[in-house]
Design a protein around this ligand. Structure first.
Ligand code: SF4
Length: 125
């Protein structure tokens, strides 16, 4: 099955088995030997041109094992791709927590100094 898609970055990501190949605004293809026929790509297709058709390929246990391996590899890849975006946020949180701790310590020190000054003023006055 060959499809031409104008906006397909999200579309490509819909396939849990990496059976869709193509580039943004370019022709996309389904790799029939990798496709399980799950149908997830059908509602995601931006130009509504996908459909499931029967093939002569009989799905074996080996195919299922390979599909599972590809699925887990895909999840690992997507997780790895998302890490650079999450790390700076984690660092920002850490910096924010440190700043908050410093501000709290400074506030306590100011309050203590003010208390001492008031106690000295009461003694002297
Ligand atoms: S039917 Fe499922 S496995 Fe096949 S190309 Fe579409 S999303 Fe991928």
């Amino acid at each position: 099955m060959r499809v031409l898609l104008p906006e397909n970055i999200v579309f490509e990501r819909e396939c849990p088995l990496d059976a869709l190949i193509g580039a943004s605004k370019r022709m996309h293809s389904v790799l029939p030997l990798l496709c399980s026929g799950c149908g997830l790509c059908i509602p995601a297709c931006p130009v509504d041109c996908m459909k499931l058709v029967p093939t002569a390929h009989v799905w074996t246990n080996r195919d299922a094992d390979d599909a599972r391996t590809r699925y887990h590899a895909r999840l690992q890849r997507l997780l790895k791709q998302s890490l650079p975006r999450t790390l700076p946020m984690a660092k920002q949180d850490e910096t924010h927590k440190r700043r908050q701790a410093v501000q709290e310590a400074l506030s306590k020190a100011r309050a203590r100094r003010l208390q001492w000054a008031q106690q000295r003023g009461e003694k002297n006055g």
